[in-house]
Design a protein around this ligand. Structure first.
Ligand code: 2PG
Ligand code: MG
Length: 416
């Protein structure tokens, strides 16, 4: 029958950091579809496990085993496939199969269904009107994505919310990236600058220096293009938190902050630099501190959960009850199946929480994330702007814009 799964298998490939990851292939009579899983470096405690004990090889063995359970199912029935994946694993955290194998299988099935129907992946997973997301791009990087004496916060980002076309938005982010390099090299002519895991500039800066350089570059590009360019931060604060001492440790800046000092500090940065987007300002268990910040900046700055919510519906429910976030990161491999991703995004959207489809620091050239963002109506996609593995998603969105004539999503906090 059309769309019936004949077999599923997997292969060990390398990600953008050169680390092993998994690619899964799904075969029907007429099509073969494959999907690759990325990997994080700042991994949340509540994410599913990327690989089981035994790593990628053990995961591949498991995919060979799940093949007989998926054989005979139809690629159209994503829910059924995803529940078989859950049942087969039997653990909450995908400890047996590994979340990376689970998500790669789930997405490969969706890709096969799209191929069978001769439609694009975003059209297959969508219900309703398709819109293009605004690219939120990492321009200056620190934390665990950057080697050496790196900036204490992980990411300094921009999002060109004034762009009317995705292509213009992507170009704006590229221009900010280039302008930051120009400013840095003119300020420090004797340094050599390099790019980190996500293609962001690695630079010997303090947090405020990074924000200063980023703001200046964003303003310059804003003036040149006439497009509003907002700035954002991912503090990845779980990486700074020391549970025993109940403090955030800023290794580079040589200081420690209690939770209330962290709140004051984040608030002061939002005010001073007009920050539009703030991800993981507190540790992954602190729904309360998130809520205090969210209340203070509501309507002007997105307070985004990543390690806090881990694309998990139950954790999002807790965040909603407490008013902790106005936005959440959507990383498919944090949760393991496309059905889980959809449920989390639907819950977010129906509560006016902005879902931000997101890459991982270790990526592949798979462009499915672009389709997931479009198909599931995420108004923002967090994706770097340099490196082929990031460009694979950017260019896919440019293609979707050109070929399908899609329009941009509505920017958060706007009535347009
Ligand atoms: C993050 C991500 C992506 P990682 O913290 O948001 O930028 O990093 O994939 O290492 O978790
Ligand atoms: Mg993050």
């Amino acid at each position: 029958m059309t769309g019936t799964i004949r077999k599923v298998n997997a292969q060990k490939i390398l990600d953008s950091r050169g680390n092993a990851t998994i690619e899964v292939r799904v075969y029907t009579k007429d099509v073969v579809a494959s999907a690759c899983a990325p990997s994080g470096a700042s991994v949340g405690r509540f994410e599913v496990r990327a690989f089981p004990e035994g790593g990628v090889d053990a995961s591949i063995e498991m995919v060979n085993k799940i093949s007989s359970k998926l054989k005979g199912l139809n690629v159209e029935e994503q829910n059924v496939v995803d529940s078989v994946i859950h049942e087969f694993d039997g653990t909450k955290q995908f400890e047996k199969l590994g979340g990376n194998a689970a998500i790669a299988t789930s997405i490969a099935v969706a890709k096969a269904a799209a191929l069978e129907k001769n439609v694009r992946l975003c059209e297959h997973i969508a219900d309703g009107r398709l819109r293009l997301p605004f690219p939120l791009s990492n321009i200056i990087g620190g934390g665990v994505h950057t080697k050496g004496d790196s900036i204490d916060f992980q990411e300094f980002l921009v999002v060109p919310l004034g762009a009317k076309k995705f292509r213009d938005a992507a170009v704006a982010n590229v221009m900010v990236h280039k302008e930051v390099a120009r400013i840095l090299t003119s300020q420090r002519p004797h340094y050599v600058f390099g790019r980190n895991d996500e293609g962001a500039w690695a630079a010997p800066l303090t947090i405020k220096e990074a924000l200063e350089v980023l703001s200046n570059a964003a303003q310059k590009v804003e003036g040149e293009l006439g497009i509003e360019v907002k700035i954002g931060v991912d503090a990845a604060a779980s990486e700074l938190w020391i549970e025993n001492e109940k403090v955030y440790v800023y290794r580079k800046e040589k200081c420690k902050k209690s939770t209330s000092q962290q709140l004051d500090y984040v608030l002061s940065l939002i005010e001073e630099y007009d920050i539009f987007y703030f991800e993981d300002p507190f540790g992954e268990e602190d729904f309360e501190a998130f809520a205090k910040l969210n209340k203070n900046v509501s309507g002007r700055c997105l307070v985004t959960g990543d390690d806090l919510t881990v694309t998990n519906k139950e954790r999002l429910k807790t965040a909603l009850e407490r008013g902790s976030v106005s936005s959440i990161i959507v990383k498919p491999n944090q949760v393991g199946t496309l059905t889980d991703v959809k449920e989390t995004v639907t819950l977010a959207l129906s509560n006016n929480v902005v879902p931000v489809a997101s890459h991982r620091s270790g990526e592949t050239c798979d462009s499915a994330l672009a389709h997931i963002a479009v198909g599931l109506k995420c108004p923002i996609i967090k994706i770097g702007i340099m490196g082929s593995e990031r460009m694979a998603k950017i260019n896919e969105l440019i293609r979707l814009e050109d070929e399908m004539g899609l329009r941009m999503a509505k920017p958060p906090f706007s009535d347009s």
